[in-house]
Every structure is written in structure tokens, then in C-alpha cells.
Write a protein that binds this ligand. Structure first.
Ligand code: UDX
Length: 443
């Protein structure tokens, strides 16, 4: 099939590359000329394992191309995905300016039937608004009479995780499509046919709700585990065992019960905020989600408190940070918990030395006054303590004996419960995780 994707951000790019990989001919449009130029040269502007390798051969085979011009790209395809950004407004509500602009662009450029699919995360009922916008902006001669053009709007929310996006696309747990006509359903089923996965077919509003519900529920699981971790510390229980014990129950499941310094990224914080706003506007304020958000904020503050408790005076102490990205296998710093934690420590006068395998460049605009080490060893040298804030696999394989010996004090705070506490203690470290049953001395 011929498919056009509008917006070459994270979601648009991964979707475009993967749709080309499963056999379609894909055109990606973005109004950022510089980004598009890079993409045309086969360079991926984000760090996503495997994406660039997949992209280059597809471009060579002419199954994937990049452009900044709307007209030809809209004309060429029957199915058009909208994957533009939906940033948060101050109120937490999603800003749909780009979505509206794109709907208008499609309307003025289309010359035959189109299926317009929303892929960006949007508030429920946005599909209806897209439909109205396209209708209103279609030239009059194409709206009625002999040359009348038909179109459909559909919703197809994405569930891709950064760092694992290609695998998530190729092997999804399900594909959700919200459609209001047989033709739209047939076309979207055809798009995803090569994946041979379970399709959840529903109306547009329900598909949009599924996205709100899934992300908020995952965020709730994380905050539930984080709240448990606080109690574990106070009663001398170990959150890792508690989560395992809960997780073996198939009704609960072990995933997303990892306690730590809270969730970050471009999705959960923004999506939870947007859903809270939507619920308020709908007349049913979703109070539980407000607490999910509160617990997530408290978790970062509690971590800073723990560091303060063990180091006592933070002024002029040198703190080494391993990992800055909001999670491993990405260079994304958006809403990374490391930002708030580092700023709070700096506020108390601590000096920060940091290292991340991929996110250093992206971290600079968020972090002022931080010095960067060239590797974990150089970063830890001479520090009064180490904080592990992102669980990059390579941090498990470090020579902690060597690291501990080079530090001013062999003290480590594992914000992701990622390292082996016993090994570290055997290597001379004082180890502190999250909710491992070792209470803060002065809570
Ligand atoms: C998420 C959803 O998983 C995906 O389906 C959606 O489409 C986009 O948002 P992503 O933001 O890439 O994906 O990352 P994810 O792996 O879900 O992690 C989000 C955050 O939660 C990270 O900061 C991670 O560290 C944190 N997290 C995750 C925990 O703190 N504990 C957990 O148990 C799981």
C-alpha cells in the first residue's frame, strides 16, 4: 500500500520505517527542513537501537522516502497517518495546534479518497474534530456535487516504548483501530495484515480511550510500587520480593512494578496530566490519577532526602551520577527524573559529575553547572557518593572494586534497584536502594 506519515518525530519515524519494512511504500513528511535533509541522507536524528540500520536499505529500495512538501505526498497515498507532536499546555491539557494545521493541509491538498489516521496521542473525541476540520477546509467543489471526495477518519494509537520501539511494532500485544466505516476498517486491517497480530476493532472514541487507559494504568502500577517501596523501608520489607510475590499472580503481573525514582519520558507524565484534565472537563475528576502523579513527584524528593540523610551536609560534596536519560537505550531527556534530582542536590550546594552513554548532549540544556566524565570510572573518581539514575546494562558490568577505591567514600544510591547489593557490599560499598527495607534514619 502507499502510505504517508505526517511528522517525522519519534512515533512517525518508527512507524514509517516499520510500515515500509513490512512491505508498504511510505512517504514521511515533516516541515522541519533540516531534519528532513538529514533523514534523506539516511541519518536518524534520535537514538533508537536498530532504526538506522533498518532505514537505509528501505530507502535504497525506494520503499521509504522523506519530504517537506505536502501536495505530492498527500496525492500519492490512500492512507495518511498523523503523527505530529501534541505538547502539554500549562494546564496539562494537550495542545492540538499541529494536529489542526495538518488536518487543514490534508483537506486543501487531497484529490481522491483518503483514510486519515490519528497516531499521535490525542484526547478522546479528537477524531471528530479532525473530521470536521477536513470537511470545513475541503474546497467547495470537492465537498459536494459530481467531484465530491469521500474521506474517513480513524484512530490507531501507538504503544511503542522508546528503546524497544521496533520490536514493539513488529511484535505487538495488539493493534487497536477505531473506525466508523467498513472501508476504513478494511484498509487498516490491510495495513497491519503482515503482522498477524490480534486486532481490537472499535469506534474512534473508544480507541482514543484505550490509549488514555493503558498509559494511565501503567503509570498507576509504577506509583503503586513506589508507594509500597516507601512502606517497605519503614517496616523492613524488601520491595523486590514484594513485587515478585505479587507479580507471579497472573491477574497482577510482574511488569511495571519496579520501584525507583519515578516514571519520566515524553509519554507518561504528559499523558497522565492530559487524562486528568480531560476527566475534569468531562465532569468526573479522576482523583486516583492525581495521587499517581503526586507519588511520582514524592519519589524524587524522597531519593534526595535519602542522599542528604547519608551524606549530611551537601554543600561542596561531589556527587557522581551514572545515567541521565529517562530510561536506558534512549538519549531522551524529556521529563527525566535525573533533572529534578540533580537540580535539588545542586540547590543544596552539591557539585555534580555525570555520565550517560547516549544522553549527554541532550542533557546539557536541562542541566547547568554539571561536569561530565568521559566514562563511569572518570566520573566516580574522587566523589563522595555515586547515584545510579538510569539502569543502562553496561553499569552492571563495571569494576566496582576499582570504582570504590577511587572514590572519596564508597557510597552508592541505586535509584533503580538495578545493581547487586551483596556484590557491591563485598566490594566495600555502602549500598542503598529504594524500598529495600533499610529505613531513612530521620524520616
Ligand atoms: C510508554 C509506554 O510504555 C508506551 O506503551 C507508550 O506508547 C509510550 O509511553 P516509554 O515512555 O518509551 O513508553 O517508556 P516505558 O518503558 O513505558 O517507561 C516509562 C517510564 O517509567 C520510564 O521512566 C521508566 O524508567 C519508568 N518505569 C517503568 C518505572 O519506573 N518502573 C517500571 O516498572 C517501569
Amino acid at each position: 500500500m502507499n502510505i504517508t506519515i505526517i511528522g517525522s518525530g519519534y512515533v512517525g519515524l518508527v512507524t514509517g520505517v516499520c510500515l515500509a519494512q513490512i512491505g508498504h511504500r511510505v512517504i514521511c513528511i515533516d516541515n522541519d527542513a533540516e531534519k528532513t535533509k538529514k533523514l534523506q541522507q539516511g541519518k536518524v536524528p534520535i537514538y533508537e537501537p536498530g532504526l538506522e540500520e533498518l532505514m537505509k536499505p528501505l530507502m535504497k529500495k525506494k520503499r521509504l522516502s522523506f519530504t517537506t512538501t505536502f501536495r505530492a505526498a498527500i496525492k500519492a497515498s490512500e492512507v495518511i497517518f498523523i503523527a505530529v507532536g501534541t505538547p502539554s499546555k500549562k494546564s496539562g491539557e494537550a495542545d492540538l495546534t499541529y494536529v489542526e494545521n495538518v488536518a487543514r493541509e490534508i483537506a486543501v491538498n487531497m484529490d481522491s479518497y483518503k483514510l486519515i489516521v490519528e497516531k499521535s496521542t490525542v484526547p478522546a473525541a479528537t477524531g471528530k474534530r479532525i473530521e470536521r476540520t477536513v470537511k470545513m477546509n475541503l474546497p467547495k467543489k470537492l465537498r459536494e456535487g459530481k467531484r465530491r471526495i469521500e474521506f474517513d477518519v480513524a484512530s490507531n494509537p501507538e504503544f511503542l516504548r522508546e528503546g524497544a520501539a521496533i520490536d514493539d511494532f513488529m511484535n505487538p500485544d495488539r493493534v487497536v483501530i477505531g473506525v466508523e466505516s467498513k472501508r476504513a476498517e478494511r484498509l487498516l486491517r490491510e495495513v497491519y495484515k503482515p503482522l498477524k497480530t490480534h486486532m481490537v476493532v472499535t469506534n474512534i472514541n473508544s480507541a482514543e480511550m484505550i490509549k488514555h487507559a493503558a498509559n494511565s494504568f501503567l503509570a498507576t502500577k509504577i506509583s503503586f510500587a513506589n508507594a509500597l517501596s516507601q512502606i517497605c523501608d519503614r517496616v523492613g520489607a524488601d520491595i523486590l520480593k514484594v513485587a515478585d510475590g505479587m507479580g507471579y499472580d497472573r491477574r497482577i503481573g510482574r511488569s511495571f512494578l519496579n520501584a525507583g525514582i519515578g516514571y519520566g519520558g515524553s509519554c507518561f507524565p504528559k499523558d497522565v496530566d492530559a487524562f486528568i484534565r480531560l476527566s475534569e472537563k468531562s465532569g468526573y475528576p479522576f482523583e486516583l490519577l492525581k495521587e499517581v502523579r503526586n507519588i511520582n513527584e514524592q519519589q524524587k524528593a524522597a531519593f534526595v532526602k535519602l542522599v542528604e540523610d547519608k551524606l549530611w551536609i551537601l554543600k561542596n560534596k561531589v556527587i557522581g551520577v551514572l545515567g541521565l536519560a529517562f530510561k536506558p537505550d534512549t538519549d531522551d531527556m524529556r521529563n527525566a527524573p535525573s533533572i529534578d534530582i540533580i537540580r535539588a542536590l545542586q540547590h543544596e550546594g552539591a557539585r555534580i559529575k555525570a555520565y550517560d552513554p547516549q544522553a549527554v548532549a541532550n542533557s546539557r540544556p536541562y542541566l547547568k553547572g554539571v561536569t561530565y566524565g568521559k566514562d563511569p570510572y572518570a566520573t566516580a573518581k574522587g566523589c563522595d557518593c555515586l547515584l545510579l539514575l538510569t539502569e543502562w546494562a553496561e553499569f552492571k558490568k563495571l569494576n566496582y572494586k576499582k570504582i570504590g577505591q577511587s572514590m572519596n567514600r564508597a557510597l552508592i544510591f541505586d535509584g533503580r534497584n538495578f545493581l547487586n547489593d551483596k556484590d557491591l557490599e563485598n566490594n566495600g560499598f555502602e549500598y542503598h536502594g529504594i524500598g529495600r527495607g533499610r529505613p531513612v534514619e530521620n524520616p
